[in-house]
Design a protein around this ligand. Structure first.
Ligand SMILES: [Zn+2]
Length: 385
């Protein structure tokens, strides 16, 4: 099977005989699951299902960023605690994903349960000279890492602009360089959640959380690291820098990123009021219809939310139904004999859009032998009929 690697900018073979470790950046639990989240997590769910169908030994990790500025701000606005808000939204997210027939990840680490792993990496980086301590905070020294920018391929100026747009504080007086990012931030107010550390009370930066949680469960080198395209910079760029400077090993073999889902032609955001939530969609459509709608799109092609596509999804499910009276699941060998084109589509950078079209065409055809693959094909796509 081949996947497009954001790092090499090429479609590359995934080694199926070795154990496969997949880490996907999970939610920051302060808001409900929206369509973009669902697109990302359904993509990786299909990837995991397909790799397992091919016989691979997959460990799938999806974290929860349960401490973050957004959670603190939202908890304050809702007059609740960050812990309660985080727990509530985490449960609600996995309920939504369960409704969408997503497999439960093998590990769901929470940032607040991995503080000591993060501190270990930070200490290592300080020792090696890649990070510095100032006023009880610790920063990653970007200028010390000549490879910084190798994933996103942005130059320093472009990186700085994007980082500033995404929460970087260039004028932080603690920093040596404007682009340095925080590994450990000192507690600002006494009521802010904090943990003990060799540098004083504080909490981890966002990027170090994912380095620590991914390597804890999957070792120094992950097979696949995934997330939405908007995480490439600065989040994933920073993860590489921290991890590789700490371990001196390649952090990730394949970087895989899902495209953005737009609503009314724009990125979904609270301020624009164009958010589309999974729990709202599930009031109008069945989970299978929503799952089909998502699988109809290739993960690297961004799309604008279009209700009309649900008509296609509904019609496809109707066509699949008579083929699913017998839910017999075929082996890989048998599926390959009957409909190699279905496997070829998924082998080629997880082209679920094409795979879905192949199933639809078979369901509408008169080829009864081929129709025997439909329950297996739908199971791989995670569509229940
Ligand atoms: Zn992450």
């Amino acid at each position: 099977m081949k996947i497009y690697n954001t790092y090499s900018e090429k479609i590359e073979e995934i080694e199926l005989k070795q154990p496969i470790g997949i880490y996907v950046c999970g939610i920051t639990p302060y808001d409900t699951t929206h369509l973009g989240h669902a697109f990302t997590f359904v993509t990786y769910d299909i990837l995991v299902r397909y790799l397992r169908f091919l016989g691979a030994n997959v460990t799938y990790v999806q974290n929860v960023t349960d401490i973050d500025d957004d959670i603190l701000i939202r908890a304050h606005a809702l007059k609740t605690t960050w812990k309660e808000l985080g727990n509530h939204e985490t449960i609600s997210h996995f309920k939504n994903m369960h409704a969408l027939n997503a497999l439960h990840p093998d590990h769901i680490p929470k940032a607040t349960e991995n503080i000591s792993q993060m501190q270990k990496i930070i200490q290592g980086l300080i020792k090696k000279g890649g990070a510095y301590v100032i006023n009880n905070s610790v920063y990653f020294d970007v200028k010390k890492d000549k490879n910084f920018g190798k994933l996103s391929k942005f130059n320093y100026k472009a990186m700085l602009e994007i980082a500033n747009d995404r929460g970087n504080f260039p004028i932080d007086p603690n920093k040596k360089n404007e682009l340095d990012f925080v590994l450990w931030q000192a507690q600002q107010h006494p009521d802010e959640p904090s943990w003990n550390s060799p540098w004083g009370q504080g909490r981890p930066g966002w990027h170090i959380e994912c380095s620590a949680m991914s390597m804890r469960y999957l070792g120094s080198t992950l097979t696949i690291h995934g997330g939405g395209q908007d995480l490439i910079f600065p989040h994933h760029e920073s993860e590489i820098a921290q991890s590789e400077n700490f371990t001196d090993k390649k952090f990730v073999k394949t970087w895989m990123h899902t495209a953005m889902v737009y609503s009314e032609g724009k990125k979904m955001s609270k301020s624009l009021g164009n958010m589309i939530f999974v729990h709202d969609l599930l009031k109008t459509y069945t989970a299978s219809e929503l799952r089909t709608f998502l699988a109809m799109h290739h993960y690297r092609t961004s799309f604008n939310y279009d209700e009309a596509e649900f008509v296609v999804a509904k019609n496809a499910i109707k066509a699949f139904e008579p083929c699913c009276l017998d839910q017999k699941i075929l082996s890989f060998k048998r599926l390959k004999q009957i409909a190699p084109e279905f496997l070829l589509a998924l082998d080629n950078d997880l082209d679920t859009s094409k795979a879905f079209q192949i199933l639809t065409d078979i369901a509408k055809s008169k080829n009864e032998t081929k129709k025997a693959i439909i329950p297996t094909g739908l199971k791989i796509l995670g569509i229940k009929v």
